[in-house]
Design a protein around this ligand. Structure first.
Ligand code: FES
Length: 123
């Protein structure tokens, strides 16, 4: 089983999800087995204005642990990330970053800016 700990910069309580990557997809938005797929499929909300189609930046997350175990980013994802507010070297789009390692422990941060951007209607 893989494990993902989700930290919300807006102060919402942390969540921990254990999941089997082989069981993906868990719902219908984003790449099967992506951060977005795993979170939504386990009742954890992550913004995804374009429906997980790699066309916005609202699903931007920072991968504090396990970054190197993710499937590589596509050129399209890299291009979009360049426009993400609060970009870091460990940033990924949640709908595109696939959690493929069955034994990995991931820690991700949902940036406050991502949340604000959406609530202010600029996403
Ligand atoms: S939800 Fe739009 S790029 Fe991920």
């Amino acid at each position: 089983m893989a494990k993902i700990r989700v930290i919300f910069e807006n102060g919402d309580p942390e969540r921990v999800i254990e999941f089997d990557p082989a069981a993906a997809p868990f719902q219908h938005d984003g790449q099967p087995g992506s951060i977005l797929d795993v979170l939504l499929g386990h009742g954890v909300h992550l913004e995804h204005a374009c429906g997980g189609n790699c066309a916005c930046t609202t699903c931007h997350v920072i991968v504090k642990q396990g970054y190197e175990k993710l499937a590589e980013a596509s050129e399209q994802e890299e291009d979009l990330l360049d426009r993400a507010p609060g970009l870091t070297p460990r940033s990924r789009l949640g709908c595109q970053a696939v959690l493929q390692d069955a034994d990995a422990e991931y820690v991700i941060v949902v940036p406050r800016f991502t949340i604000n951007q959406v609530s202010e209607g600029r996403g």
